[in-house]
Write a protein that binds this ligand. Sequence first.
Ligand code: ZN
Length: 303
Amino acid sequence: MTKKLRLNLSLFFCAELCIGFLAASVHAQQKPADHPAVSVEGERYTPLSIVTRNMGTEVDQTGQFPPHKVIGNIYYVGTRTLSSYLIVTPEGNILLDSTYERNVPVILKSVEQLGFKFSDTKILLGNHAHGDHQEGDALVKMVTGAQVVAMEEDLPALRAMKPGGKEHPVDRVIHDGDTVVLGGVTLVAHLTAGHTRGCTTYTTVVKEKGKSYNVVFGCSLRAPGVITPAIAAEFKHSFEVVHALPCDVQLGDHPAQYGMEEKYAKLKAGGPNPFIDKATCKREIAVEEAMFHAIVEEQGKGQ
Ligand SMILES: [Zn+2]
């Protein structure tokens, strides 16, 4: 990374800081209800507890989590509560989720600490069109020149995302079932709408120690406070889709969705790769599906 690039990034970081904090406080104001409650595997969840678990504090959202290898060519480069993944290939790298714009320097630092170059980012993917996952896309594009890929159904929400007045870049529009290919890596994009119209679950197959593993980069299945018939139809289809996906390694747009901290502690302790865990593949789906039905039921009683 050149000094000029670092200076540019610093300037952006300063200029965007206020806007970033504003976005964070708007997010904080949209607190969901503390009801209904569901229990899954002995844990009690409410809409509020799920958001609190996902987002943590402001410090969690912006603080670097130790960057680490997840499996094969997949690395975690996000913050404590906002996921960002680097998929390394011989022809350059794919970044999934820029998170908040003010986190871009944190992601850059993590990528470089792992020994990779941020400037080698060739493709930028987004999980879904919410600021905590894709606000930084324009800055990543400016710094790396990466091709920005987006699911068609999320385009209106992405185009409304303009940190510091910058247009949201979109270089390639994809549809359900399309693939993103680079350097021998293939990611399949599955439309799993509901949380946003274009919420995208990416899947790929990686090799580690001679074995192949199915990796699922899950999109949030968290239902909004009010579920319209259109949103309900999207979720029902999405639950069917995610249930059917082959999965050995479940990842998510927030690390709490797959217990990253506990798994990272196991990783540091040695032994088999803790991210290979079929039980985790089903857990978040079970929580969100139960919550979806509980909210629909509660809504029905209120009518
Ligand atoms: Zn979201």
